[in-house]
Design a protein around this ligand. Structure first.
Ligand code: NAD
Ligand code: 3PG
Length: 341
């Protein structure tokens, strides 16, 4: 056993090491097997394949049988934020010490279970913030200035025959941000550049922020010309943007969601759009991806994206690097650089 305190600490943070072994016995090494729950970027898969034995759970038709036979050798799980990993899978991985998420959402992982098992969870915080905030603003501008309608108007040759409709101004309006975390703050910074009046709500006020605090989501809604959902998903926010919120919004309001489909009650959103309780929506995420309700697809005042807020070459490469760094640190017995639990 090393007497170097830094190395000893790093080894203790590597959760697959039997602490009893740190007292001087034979030290057990984490197994060098990675379980991939869903496909990730090709470059990351190649990097993992080069260094470790990678098992692709999604390629096994009988995943339950495969896990029963092979789960004991897995040291690290790699997955996506929207897919996560089920507790039933983790129960078959007695040696697993890290879940490395390609993304920042942890709503598809039972963090309480991971804590009880002392399984580290790592995320790609910081790597995607700007891209997601950019897409939120892209959706806001597309919805308000009717960019998709204008594009269709030109392509369909209608400009030759008629005038296009007037749109809605963005600058100097009120933006309500639900969830003032990394992405919410990046959206607020962009909104400042548009001279917007910024309102927000979160679990608690941050008095260092120069924005208007709202006690709850309903009071935020009543102060929003543009209502942006940037809160984390999971049980606490499930369906929280519902009929009451749509009724509290002004009728001219636009709703943008770049966080998780589960946060909005999708049927209530469709009803609010059909009834004219709000004037439109810009959505990157949905309740049951990749299935999008036909009612939304048919509406001209809704802009739809296929969950691509972080999908740029630059950001996905940074996310890949972070996932690999964490897997590597884990198998090398080092402190995990992006651990969140
Ligand atoms: N569309 C995409 O591709 C994409 C990409 C990245 C992130 N996301 C989603 O965006 C979410 C936000 O990302 P982030 O990096 O800003 O995360 P973050 O952890 O920095 O911020 C989340 C904020 O939500 C707040 N919050 C959580 N639950 C709440 C509740 N019930 N009520 C009020 N506030 C609550 C937290 O206090 C925190 O400030 C992620 O959890 C993820 O699901 C989506
Ligand atoms: O692919 C995704 O789901 C996002 O780009 C990143 O994941 P997250 O939404 O969980 O951060």
């Amino acid at each position: 056993m090393s007497q170097n305190p830094a190395l000893k600490k790093a080894l203790m943070l590597s959760r697959n090491i039997d602490l009893a072994d740190l007292t001087g016995g034979i030290m057990s090494q984490p197994t060098q097997h990675v379980l991939l729950i869903a496909p990730v970027m090709d470059a990351l898969q190649q990097q993992l394949d080069t260094h470790y034995t990678v098992h692709r759970l999604y390629q096994h038709s009988d995943a339950v049988a495969w896990l029963a036979d092979n789960g004991a050798q897995i040291g690290a799980v790699v997955t996506r934020g929207d897919i996560g990993v089920t507790t039933a899978v983790l129960e078959n991985l007695p040696q697993v010490g890290v879940i490395a998420i390609f993304g920042v959402g942890t709503d598809a992982v039972d963090l309480e279970y991971a804590r009880r098992r002392d399984i580290a969870v790592t995320i790609t915080a910081g790597a995607l913030t700007d891209d997601v905030a950019d897409l939120a603003f892209g959706l806001l501008l597309s919805s308000a200035r009717q960019l998709c309608q204008g594009d269709r108007f030109v392509r369909e040759g209608r400009w030759l025959k008629e005038s296009s409709a007037l749109a809605t101004q963005v600058s100097c309006k009120r933006i309500g941000i639900f969830g003032m975390g990394n992405i919410g703050r990046a959206i607020a910074r962009r909104a400042s550049g548009f001279d917007m009046e910024i309102y927000y709500t979160d679990r608690k006020v941050d008095s260092s922020l120069p924005y208007h605090w709202c006690e709850d989501v309903l009071s935020l809604a009543s102060n929003s010309d543009f209502f942006i959902v940037a809160v984390s998903g999971g049980k606490a926010s499930y369906g929280i943007v519902n009929r009451q919120v749509f009724e509290a919004l002004p009728k001219h309001a636009l709703v943008i969601n770049i966080a998780r489909g589960s946060i909005i009650n999708e049927q209530d959103l469709i009803t609010a759009l059909q009834n004219g309780d709000i004037s439109g929506a810009g959505l990157d995420v949905f309740a049951n991806e990749p299935n999008v309700p036909s009612a939304l697809i048919e509406m001209d005042n809704v802009v739809l994206q296929p969950h691509v807020a972080s999908a740029t070459h630059e950001t996905r490469q940074r996310m890949s690097n972070i996932v690999f760094e964490n897997v590597q640190a884990y198998f090398n017995g080092q402190i995990l650089p992006h651990r969140m639990n």
